[in-house]
Design a protein around this ligand. Structure first.
Ligand code: PLP
Length: 438
């Protein structure tokens, strides 16, 4: 299967090229040339299948032409070495708990899949090591670092702003060692991003070492996210819920998660409609209301992984629906909530249902509470464990939240980082010195 750019200027490329490049040369996002459908028979038996079995069928439908089936099976199996349970929260409302992976957030799925796919494609090409650069304000760095940990032939450099990342988050990428190097930059997240961008544009550096990015626009990070929507549907069917009126609410920031589900629907997944749930960063919601897309600077909220003012995957959604506002409205509605509403939802849901939401999941759960029609069944995505936002959640509820063992295990590790100024020459010199040693 070939992948085209949403800007339609660059040539179509193979899957391996799309994964290694990340972004197309014309700055567009790669999309699969065809969206294959899964035969209806698959959905008749989906309730009897495991997460791994379902994911393999979906992965094989998308990537089967490009990867040997035994290798794809192994990648799927290693990616999904944790559960993604669907839990009933209230009548007709279910939580898809995406926080049972190594870093307790849904980004584990895409990061783990991409790491293994990149490792595989790189080993096909020869022995040269590939270096992944990633700038993080917290969550992405931990998912990518843990996803790529010990993947042969791949080195990861996580750049993060000194003093601006929570201790829990920092521990998740500074204590790993092996092929993961944490670079602690004296500057802001924007400085980290600028260093990464300069590195990709530096001819001498690119000559000396193979560089790539692992940000969320990569097809190998975004497409595998559809696996768990198929599995969520399967769990509904298995629990005896009739699956023809299913509505899915997705807490959205860069819109990669919801976009993978929209492609899943195109492949045959019987979801009736989607709700894109926003915090106050609501440019997509405004687009749905007006047909005008007006990017803005993001504002800080308590659901901070969704503080995005110009979602990169908007281009993919437009492309998928032929640039038609009406077509988009037929599948997706939106909503937007303030911090006060998010806090209120967290407290009310604990009181009435005994369920602890995190600030991101709370946005989506509230969307279901307000917008589910009679006869519909709602699934919302719990995109991270509430303990990842311990202080925020405790301030809202006034109750301490326990830290899961695998999160506290990170806190026991020894922090190792390389302190660096935000000046590009120093970063470049450092990368080149690492390359010489290798
Ligand atoms: C990244 C993230 C989101 C937003 O996902 P997108 O794919 O960018 O829309 C939502 N919740 C949490 C906890 C996240 O880390």
């Amino acid at each position: 299967m070939k992948y085209y750019s949403t800007n339609h200027q660059s040539d179509k490329v193979s899957l391996s090229e799309a994964v290694v490049r990340g972004l197309a040369p014309d700055r567009g996002l790669y999309m699969p040339e065809k969206i294959p459908t899964i035969p209806a028979a698959f959905f008749k038996h989906i309730g009897e299948m495991t997460l791994e079995e379902i994911s393999y069928v979906v992965a094989n439908t998308l990537f089967g032409e490009d990867i040997d089936s035994s290798i794809l099976k192994k990648i799927v199996s290693e990616t999904l070495n944790f559960n993604i349970p669907l839990k009933k929260v209230d009548d007709n409302k279910y939580s898809l708990e995406l926080f049972h992976g190594p870093t307790l957030a849904f980004k584990d799925v895409g990061a783990r899949f991409m790491a293994r796919l990149l490792g595989y494609f790189n080993s096909q090409e020869g022995s040269e090591e590939v270096n992944v650069l990633v700038a993080t304000s917290g969550d992405t760095g931990s998912a990518v670092a843990n996803g790529f940990l010990n993947v042969p032939g791949v080195n990861v450099y996580v750049l993060y702003p000194h003093g601006k990342v929570s201790r829990i988050q920092e521990a998740q990428f500074t204590t790993l060692g092996a092929n993961i190097t944490a670079i602690e930059v004296d500057g802001t997240f924007d400085d980290c991003q600028a260093l990464v961008k300069s590195a990709f544009m530096d001819a001498e550096l690119n000559e000396a070492m193979k560089l790539t990015s692992a940000n969320s626009i990569n097809v190998a990070r975004f497409l595998p996210q559809m696996f768990y929507y198929f599995h969520a549907y399967a769990q509904l069917v298995a629990s005896g819920v009739k699956g023809n009126e299913v509505v899915v609410a997705v807490p959205s920031g860069n819109f990669g998660n919801i976009c993978s589900a929209l492609i899943g629907k195109r492949m045959g997944l019987p979801i009736k409609r989607f709700i894109a749930a926003n915090n106050r960063n609501d440019v997509f919601y405004q687009y749905l209301q007006t047909g005008q897309y007006t990017p803005r600077k993001s504002v800080a909220t308590i659901a901070n992984a969704m503080d995005v003012g110009d979602p990169s995957n908007f281009a993919r959604i437009l492309d998928l629906y032929g640039n038609s506002h009406a077509n988009i409205l037929s599948d997706i509605s939106g909503c937007t909530y303030t911090d006060e509403q998010i806090a209120e939802t967290i407290n009310a849901t604990m009181k009435e249902n005994g369920y602890q939401l995190d600030p991101h999941g709370a946005v989506a759960y509230r969307a279901l509470c307000e917008h589910l029609a009679p006869g519909e069944t709602g699934i919302f995505l719990e995109t991270a464990h509430p303990a990842k936002f311990k202080e925020t959640v405790e301030n809202i509820t006034g109750t301490e939240i326990g830290i899961p063992d695998r999160l506290s295990a990170f806190m026991k590790g020894e922090k190792r980082s390389v302190r660096m100024s935000a000046q590009f020459p120093a970063f470049k010199k450092y990368l080149l010195s690492r390359q010489e040693k290798a």
